[in-house]
Design a protein around this ligand. Structure first.
Ligand code: ADP
Ligand code: MG
Length: 291
């Protein structure tokens, strides 16, 4: 259980009116995932009754789902429905937000990332993240942006060149930057900067990549590069991508989860969810009746 993974800003005497006592449910799977991929070797990451809060406000409520290895799962839903907060719980970033805390559990390869045995820094290395706007370190060179996390982790100097090259190749950026590795990262275009951030995220060889609206600030060409990259990268990683763009979800993902008002309404194979959603709310959202 996550409970109080950070010093919770709550008075311990205060009980949340919105969270009912959890019923003892084991391996509860949402519609669309019952049976599918339940073989543990296929599940890379799983949440069980994950609830995320800001102070006393619930942003994500009781979400149980899993992400099969080497797949892309898209998370869709209207603005403010908890997509980013949910994503940030998956690598312990949420607790870094003011007032952020969570209950329930997140299992990476079957191990609870919120248990005392895993430290958050190593969790974030195993579960890389890329944000809405490209966030290269502005004063660093292209090379140093990719190498930054590796240096902190104590990677040997002799290995750095090779790892940086591999990461830039994986991010489909190597050919464009190989002759100017020492120049500033902010001279790159927005699309290149975002691929640089992907290179930085994959450099420590994570298992999971979390992408939070990674194309929101990119032009169509930059967007297409990132979408193509998702197809490439899923051969090595398990990818979770938040997008408010339904066409993008349909193009890049194997599974799609629809969130609404902090709750998981439905998750299913993308083709199924887009053509025959099980829930009325999903149908209403997909047909543009709200959001
Ligand atoms: P989405 O990514 O789907 O747009 P978010 O996860 O950002 O939604 O937000 C979910 C809910 O949490 C919203 O009601 C939002 O107002 C609230 N929220 C998001 N970030 C914060 C924060 N730093 N402090 C307090 N509330 C927040
Ligand atoms: Mg968001």
């Amino acid at each position: 259980m996550i409970s109080n993974s950070v010093a919770a800003p709550l008075d311990p005497a205060v009980t949340l009116p919105t969270s009912p006592a959890p019923a003892p449910v084991a391996n509860e799977s949402p519609a669309g995932q019952a049976g599918a991929g339940r073989d543990n070797t296929l599940v890379r990451i799983e949440t069980r009754r994950l609830t995320a809060l800001f102070g006393r406000n619930v942003a994500v409520r009781e979400v149980s789902l899993f992400f099969p290895t080497n797949t892309v799962t898209a998370i869709i839903g209207p603005s403010g429905c908890g997509k980013s907060t949910f994503l940030r719980c998956l690598n312990r970033m949420h607790e870094l937000s003011e007032g952020g805390w969570a209950t329930g559990s997140v299992l990476l390869d079957g191990e609870d990332i919120y248990s005392g045995t895993l430290d958050p820094v190593s969790v974030r290395r195993r579960i890389g993240m890329v944000f809405q706007r490209p966030t290269p370190f502005p004063t660093m060179s292209i090379y140093d942006n990719v190498a930054a996390g590796l240096r902190v982790a104590g990677t040997r100097r002799a290995d750095l060149d090779q790892i940086v090259e591999r990461a830039l190749r994986q991010a489909a950026l190597w050919d464009e930057v190989k002759d100017r590795l020492r120049s500033s990262a902010i001279a790159l275009s927005g699309g290149q900067q975002q691929r640089l951030c992907i290179a930085r995220a994959v450099a420590p060889a994570p298992e999971v990549l979390l992408l939070d609206e990674p194309t929101a600030s990119l032009d169509p060409a930059g967007t297409q590069r990132i979408e193509e990259l998702c197809h490439e990268l899923k051969r090595q990683y398990t990818i979770v991508i938040v997008t408010h763009n339904m066409q993008q979800a349909a193009r890049v993902s194997d599974y799609t989860a629809f969130f609404y008002l902090g709750e998981l309404i439905e998750i299913d194979r993308t083709t199924q969810l887009f053509t025959k959603p099980a829930k009325e709310q999903t149908e209403a959202y997909l047909t543009g009746r709200f959001g």
